[in-house]
Design a protein around this ligand. Structure first.
Ligand code: PEP
Length: 251
């Protein structure tokens, strides 16, 4: 059985104080939830959220990482630094990183390996843009991104991955893929993983991301291949994020 994983990606939102207050509130709203919960604050708030989440059911994730352990890489943060602060998860290859910061399939693969090397779990984002979807290229795009991200990983590592299928046109737009469309693409991604790593495909958790909210969470989570959600906008308010957690826990 794959356990549902609901992760909040705060992007460039929240000061340390706001992040700590949110974490304390969520901890009481989501106590005893039947799903795994992850918060991914900005780097500056990781330590504060780690402290506030201590002893709760909330795990910590980062939004990005650099693949070298240390060195002259101004502005970057390494996997050992994230591990030390308490991260268990690291988002890699978010479409905003790909679009605005030059992330490529090759750098995604390097980052995935760095995250595993330091005992954390990568949350690898894949997904097509609107023109790609309209051109009928969704499967081709998610296959290429998935194959590149997993390059050089053994089957055991693949089994431990989290993948987030995030159609770019659904991120922050209020447009959600229908549960059936999301299921179809996610099942396709699982099939690609089966080709690459055999039965590990049954263990890898694949989230959906793109305008998930309390109202559509249960429908998405009840699909057989959807194992959780990566949530942007609706993870910024404790009530709405807790609502998604609660709805998902009913499935
Ligand atoms: C995201 O950025 O990963 C995301 C899914 O955002 P939103 O929920 O706001 O669409």
């Amino acid at each position: 059985m794959r356990r549902l994983i609901i992760a909040g990606n705060w992007k460039m939102h929240k000061t340390v104080q706001q992040a700590v207050d949110f974490t304390k509130e969520l901890a009481s709203l989501a106590a005893g939830a039947g799903v795994e919960i992850v918060l991914c604050p900005p780097f500056t708030a990781l330590h504060g959220v780690a402290e506030a989440a201590r002893g709760t059911n909330i795990a910590l994730g980062a939004q990005d990482v650099y693949w070298e352990d240390e060195g002259a890489f101004t502005g970057e943060i390494s996997a050992p630094m994230l591990k030390e602060v308490g991260c268990q998860y690291v988002i890699v290859g978010h479409s905003e990183r790909r679009r605005y910061f030059g992330e490529t399939d090759e750098t995604v693969n390097k980052k995935v390996k760095a995250v595993f090397k330091h005992g954390m779990t990568p949350v690898v984002c894949v997904g097509e843009t609107l023109p790609e979807r309209e051109a009928g290229r969704t499967e081709q795009v998610v296959r290429a991104q998935t194959e590149a991200a997993l390059k050089g990983l053994d089957a055991e590592k693949v089994a431990g991955l989290v993948i987030a299928y995030e159609p770019v046109w659904a991120i922050g737009t209020g447009k959600t893929a229908s549960a059936e469309d999301a299921q179809q693409v996610i099942a396709y991604i699982r099939g690609v993983i089966r080709e690459l790593a055999g039965d590990s495909a049954d263990k890898v958790r694949i989230q959906y991301g793109g305008s998930v909210k309390p109202e559509n969470a249960a429908g998405l989570m009840s699909q057989p291949d959807i194992d959780g959600a990566l949530v942007g906008g609706a993870s910024l308010k404790p009530d709405s994020f807790a609502g998604i957690i609660k709805e998902s826990g009913k499935v």
